[in-house]
Design a protein around this ligand. Structure first.
Ligand code: APR
Ligand code: ZN
Length: 351
């Protein structure tokens, strides 16, 4: 990305050799996430020129001094590596690590000698990255690369929101608003948790089939009838848990209205800072609902990525419905356009 709103281009970037505690990783697959779009359209404000991409799997190609992982180790990249030393890390909240606040950091340079930024410390839409070893989680060999890449963002985020943030239990009712990679991962996790019914909601009708394949019991259109349709499927109450996976105040409000008295709304989508949410003070009191956000699935990726990778290897976790197709790096800009139009689930760049 050369600047906000521009079309991404494919260019050569010279990376530094891995320093102490760093690895060079050869990327095998990298997913296109809505947060990449946010860096294209300016919802997020990183510095440019910028290498996009933060959801990837690859293999250690070179290990810097003072590292433990051997060359050849398959890894999934973690965009919020925990420092293990700040207040949040010491209080069991590594996903809120104080060391991870910048949307991009400087690493590498163009042929013309300009300094280059990499998204969330990774810049994974590239043949290779140089990253801190903390950002590389070892996984078993032989995982399907496109599915393994998703473990690093959409799946960790969606599964974690269900398991760690909302702690959905068997038999609880769930609504998921927004059926991109993140929302479909939430559906997958809700099904694994034994939730029922699982109501999948989107504005794009073509998401119906994807949602049913990922584990939804019903597909509902996101419009004025949503509240009524949800109550009709929950004995008039509304769902126990609603997950907002779009990142807009309007859909947070829709999630709020779809939830029963005493239920919980979990905001997974990342919205814009000037998009304000308005709720009635009386309703907040009377409805006794909980509204909270889930950042990176409230998880410790060093623990949960290997667990999900093992489930994937064992066939206990099927992420195939989340992958709409694979594309080359040259095709990535066009695939980002498809993502912006809501076409398909996840598009994954393979190398
Ligand atoms: N109601 C319901 N669904 C909507 C609405 C709406 N008003 N507006 C958009 N959507 C749907 C889109 O049709 C699409 O299916 O939300 C989905 C968003 O999917 P993606 O663009 O693939 O986004 P994803 O990568 O899943 O990320 C979702 O989570 O991590 C954050 O930054 C990320 O905010 C983004 C959100
Ligand atoms: Zn992401």
């Amino acid at each position: 990305m050369r600047g906000r709103g521009e079309t991404p281009t494919v260019e050569e970037v010279r990376l530094p050799a891995p320093g102490p505690g760093e690895l060079r990783v050869r990327i095998r697959a990298a997913g296109l996430c809505h947060s990449d779009l946010a860096m294209v359209n300016g919802t997020l404000a990183p510095a440019y020129p910028l290498v996009l991409g933060h959801e990837a799997t690859g293999v250690v190609a070179e290990a810097g001094p003072a590292t433990r992982l051997a060359v050849g180790t398959p890894v999934v990249l973690n965009w919020a590596p925990a420092c293990r030393d700040c207040w949040h890390c010491r209080h069991g909240e590594p996903w809120l690590c104080a060391a991870n606040t910048a949307p991009s950091v400087a690493r590498g340079e163009t042929a013309a000698g300009e300094s280059v930024q990499v998204t969330l410390g990774l810049g994974a839409l590239a043949e290779e990255v140089v990253v801190p070893e903390r950002a590389a989680v070892p996984v078993p060999a032989g995982l399907p690369p496109a599915q393994a890449a998703l473990l690093g963002c959409a799946v960790l985020t969606g599964v974690g929101a269900v398991r760690n943030t909302a702690r959905v239990g068997a038999g609880e009712s769930v609504a998921v608003i927004g059926l991109g990679g993140v929302g479909l991962a939430v559906l997958t996790a809700a099904r694994r948790a034994g939730a029922s019914p699982i109501l999948a909601v989107d504005v794009v009708e073509a998401k119906r089939e994807l949602a049913l394949a990922a584990g939804a019991t019903d597909f509902l259109r996101s419009d004025d009838t949503l509240g009524r349709e949800v109550r009709a499927r929950t004995d008039g109450r509304g769902v126990d848990h609603a997950f907002e996976c779009v990142g807009r105040s309007a859909t947070i409000r829709a999630a709020w209205r779809a939830t029963r008295r005493g239920g919980a709304v979990t905001v997974v989508g990342m919205g814009a800072k000037d998009d304000l949410l308005s709720l009635s003070a009386l309703d907040i009191f009377h409805s006794a609902r909980t509204l909270r956000s889930s950042v990176y699935g409230s998880t410790d990726p060093d623990r949960e990525v290997p667990e999900l990778a093992a489930a994937l290897a064992a066939g206990d976790l099927d992420l195939a419905p989340l992958v709409s197709g694979t594309v080359s790096l040259a095709e990535a800009p066009e695939a980002l356009d498809r993502l912006a139009r809501g076409e398909g689930a996840r598009w994954v760049v393979t190398f």
